[in-house]
Design a protein around this ligand. Sequence first.
Ligand SMILES: [Zn+2]
Ligand SMILES: [Zn+2]
Length: 121
Amino acid sequence: MVKCRGCGDEVSEKAYFCPRCGLRTEAGEEAGAKTPISTRPGWERDIETALSNATKLMEDAFEAAKKGLQRAADEIEVEVEKARDWDTKRSAPVYCPKCGSKNPSDSQYCTACGKEIPRDL
Ligand SMILES: [Zn+2]
Ligand SMILES: [Zn+2]
């Protein structure tokens, strides 16, 4: 006697199908016995469908999450890039439009000639 993989009932090892739930036994599998669609247990079909649906849904959800994370990471990178850019501009020395003297980055007036330095930041 072997145990049915479906319901756990004892089945003769010569049987191709479980007499209780109709599931094909290992002997039936080896012999290549085809499960008749009409007697194929519904739960088996349902579980297969549910499993494949669930797998698909999980894959989709995973893909979406991955894309979302990637997008967020990209956005953060852009922001960091912008901040770094702005920082560089802000700390760069400015040149007087009148005399060309180099002035500290936050100068509003040229330290050499007193000309107002236009700030574009
Ligand atoms: Zn069974
Ligand atoms: Zn100047």
